[in-house]
Design a protein around this ligand. Structure first.
Ligand code: AMP
Ligand code: MG
Length: 540
C-alpha cells in the first residue's frame, strides 16, 4: 500500500517539478542545424527550437484543474505563482526541457501539400507523473520554428479559448482527445484576417499549454514515406510501436501491418464517438489525424445544433468536404493515406493483407456508428430493422430542425408513452419540435415495439424502462460546447473578463449532469437566433 504523503502530494511550486531526463523522443533524429534551408531538412523527425515567450503583462485566462491535479501532479495553488504563468508563456523552462518542433506533411482537402510541420508549436519535454504515465507538454503560439515560413508563430486568443474549452469538454464527454492544461494572454497583438475577406484586424495573442502522450500524426509518416526517407520511416514506426502500442512485438515481422490495423480501428472508433455527439471536426486533413486515435487540432470544429447531416463547421470548407455526415468516409480515406505511407515497409504479401484490411474499414465504421446510435436510444444489441429506425429518427430531426443533443436527452427524460402527450411534450422543447413531424407517431410505435423486444429479457417492462433511462442519460449529454457559448466567452475574454470561459470549463466538466447555474443561462435551451449565423474559419 502507498504511504500517505510523499507519493500523493500535489506540488505547489515548480521547484521540484521537472521533466523526465531524457524524453524518449531524443531517440529519434533531431535536427540541430538552425541555419539549414527548410527544403533541405531530410531524415529528421524534429528540429530543435527555442520558444519565443509571450511578453507584456501576462494573464492567466483559465486552467484545467483536472489536468493539473491528475496529469501534472500540481496543486491548483501553483497557478497563483508567477513562475507558473511564465512556464505557460514559454518564459520559464523547467529542468530537463528539450524544446523541439515536429516535422510532418499532409493531405489538405484531399491533396498532398508536402512538408508542413509545427509552425507555432513547441514540444517542451516529457513529464512522467506519479501514475507512471508519460505525457508530452506542448506550447501552441510560442513563436516561429524552422517550419513556420511566412506566419508569425503566434496563436489568437479566440482560437486558443475554443481549443482549451473544447478539448477538455471532449475529454469529459468521453471522446479520446489531446488535453489542455492552461492558457495565458498578454498585451501582445497579432494581425489576422479572420474570415479571409481582406479585413485584417488586431487581435490578442495567447499561448496554450496542451498535453498528449504523443503529437504524431498520419502526416508524420507520410512526409518520410513520400520523401523516400525509408530508414527514418521504419525507425519512427518502430518507435511508435514500442512507446504507444506495446502489445505489438518489435520482433514480429508483421508488426507494421498490426500497427496500421490498430491505428485504423482506433481512428474509426473515434469517428463513431464524434458522430454520436454531433462533433464536426471541420478540418480533417491527414496532418490533423493523430497516430494514437485522439482528437487533435481544434480549429474550425463545431457541435451541430439543429441536426443537419450537411452541417459544415468550417466556413473555409466551400465544397463541404468535411461536413458532419461525410466525416466517416473522409476519415476512411485518410486511413488509406496512412496505408500508402506505411506500404514501403511491407513485403508484397503483406501489402495484399493491408488491402484486405482496407476493404473492411467502411463496414467496421458503419457498424460502430450504428452501435453508438443504438446506445443513444437505449438499445443494447442490433436487430433487424434497427438501421432504418435510426435513419428515420435522424431524417425527422433534420426535417423538423430538432436539436441533436437535446432531442436524445429528452428521449431519455420521458417514457415512450408520454411522448405523444401534449402536456408532457410542452416541457421538452426539442422533442416537441420533433413530434411535429408527420411520421412521429409511426416512428414511436416502431420504437416502442423495438423496446418491448429487448424488454422481454429484462424481468419486467417497468424495470427495463428504468434501465433504458439510466443508460440513455449516461451517453446523451445535457451540455456541449456550442459555438454561441464560446462566442460569448471569447467576446468577454478579449476584454479581459475571463469569468465566462472559466464558467464554461466548469459546467463542461460534468456534461451529463443537469446544473442549475447552466440551466439559468439557457445552456440546454434552444440556442439564440444569432447563433445560427455564426461563422468559424480555420484562421487562428
Ligand atoms: P493548423 O491550423 O494549426 O493545423 O496549422 C496548419 C499549419 O500551418 C501547421 O503546420 C502550423 O504549424 C502552421 N501555422 C499555422 N498558423 C501559424 C502561425 N501563426 N505561425 C506559424 N505557423 C503557423
Ligand atoms: Mg494542424
Amino acid at each position: 500500500m502507498k504511504m500517505e504523503g510523499e507519493n500523493t502530494k500535489l506540488l505547489k511550486n515548480l521547484t521540484e517539478w521537472r521533466f523526465s531526463q531524457y524524453p524518449k523522443y531524443i531517440l529519434l533524429p533531431i535536427d540541430e542545424n538552425h541555419d539549414e534551408v527548410l527544403a533541405n531538412i531530410k531524415n529528421v523527425v524534429f528540429s530543435e527550437v527555442t520558444p519565443r515567450p509571450l511578453e507584456r503583462n501576462l494573464r492567466l485566462v483559465c486552467v484545467s484543474e483536472d489536468v493539473l491535479n491528475n496529469i501534472l501532479d500540481m496543486d491548483i495553488e501553483i497557478t497563483t505563482r508567477e513562475e507558473f504563468v511564465e512556464f505557460v508563456a514559454g518564459k520559464k523552462l523547467p529542468y530537463g526541457a528539450l524544446p523541439v518542433a515536429h516535422r510532418y506533411g499532409g493531405h489538405q482537402y484531399g491533396l498532398w501539400v508536402g512538408q508542413l510541420g509545427d509552425g507555432r508549436a513547441n514540444i517542451l519535454g516529457e513529464y512522467v507523473n506519479r501514475a507512471g504515465q508519460r505525457w508530452q507538454i506542448q506550447l501552441k503560439g510560442s513563436g516561429q520554428t524552422p517550419y513556420s515560413r511566412v506566419y508569425d508563430g503566434r496563436a489568437a486568443l479566440r482560437s486558443c479559448i475554443r481549443e482549451m474549452v473544447a478539448s477538455e469538454a471532449c475529454h469529459h464527454l468521453g471522446i479520446p482527445t489531446i488535453r489542455s492544461a492552461a492558457l495565458v494572454v498578454s498585451d501582445e497583438t497579432i494581425v489576422r484576417d479572420m474570415y479571409y475577406t481582406n479585413t485584417p484586424r488586431r487581435e490578442k495573442a495567447a499561448v496554450l499549454m496542451r498535453l498528449s502522450p504523443s503529437w504524431f500524426r498520419f502526416g508524420s509518416m507520410e512526409i518520410l514515406s513520400r520523401m523516400g526517407e525509408l530508414p527514418t520511416l521504419k525507425q519512427l514506426a518502430d518507435f511508435v510501436i514500442k512507446e504507444y502500442y506495446p502489445d505489438i512485438q518489435l520482433t514480429d515481422e508483421n508488426r507494421f501491418i498490426r500497427l496500421f490495423s490498430e491505428i485504423a480501428h482506433k481512428t474509426l472508433d473515434l469517428v463513431a464517438k464524434w458522430q454520436g455527439l454531433g462533433f464536426t471536426h471541420g478540418l480533417l486533413n491527414t496532418d490533423n489525424m493523430s497516430l494514437l486515435g485522439l482528437t487533435m487540432d481544434y480549429g474550425p470544429f463545431g457541435f451541430v445544433d439543429s441536426y443537419d447531416g450537411g452541417f459544415v463547421a468550417n466556413s473555409s470548407d466551400g465544397e463541404a468536404r468535411y461536413s458532419l455526415s461525410k466525416q466517416p468516409d473522409v476519415v476512411v480515406w485518410n486511413v488509406g493515406q496512412l496505408a500508402n505511407a506505411i506500404k514501403p515497409l511491407l513485403s508484397p504479401s503483406q501489402q495484399v493483407h493491408m488491402s484486405h484490411i482496407l476493404k473492411t474499414l467502411d463496414t467496421y465504421c458503419k457498424n460502430k456508428i450504428l452501435e453508438t446510435f443504438l446506445m443513444k436510444v437505449g438499445l443494447r444489441e442490433e436487430r433487424w430493422g434497427d438501421e432504418q429506425l435510426i435513419e428515420k429518427l435522424l431524417d425527422m430531426m433534420q426535417q423538423t430542425g430538432a436539436d441533436f443533443t437535446v432531442t436524445f436527452r429528452q428521449l431519455a427524460e420521458l417514457e415512450p408513452n408520454e411522448m405523444v402527450n401534449e402536456v408532457k411534450l410542452k416541457e421538452k422543447w426539442s422533442l416537441k419540435r420533433l413530434s411535429s413531424h408527420a411520421s412521429w407517431g409511426c416512428w414511436l410505435d416502431q420504437y416502442r415495439e423495438r423496446l418491448e423486444k429487448e424488454a422481454v429479457d429484462a424481468s419486467s417492462v417497468g424495470m427495463f424502462e428504468d434501465e433504458r433511462r439510466r443508460r440513455m442519460l449516461s451517453v446523451n449529454p445535457v451540455y456541449i460546447p456550442r459555438n454561441w457559448m464560446l462566442h460569448e466567452a471569447i467576446f468577454d475574454a478579449e476584454r479581459d473578463d475571463f469569468a465566462k470561459v472559466r464558467f464554461l470549463m466548469d459546467v463542461l466538466k460534468n456534461p451529463y449532469e443537469v446544473q442549475p447555474e447552466a440551466e439559468a443561462l439557457g445552456f440546454s435551451a434552444q440556442p439564440p437566433q444569432w447563433a445560427y449565423a455564426l461563422k468559424i474559419s480555420c484562421s487562428s
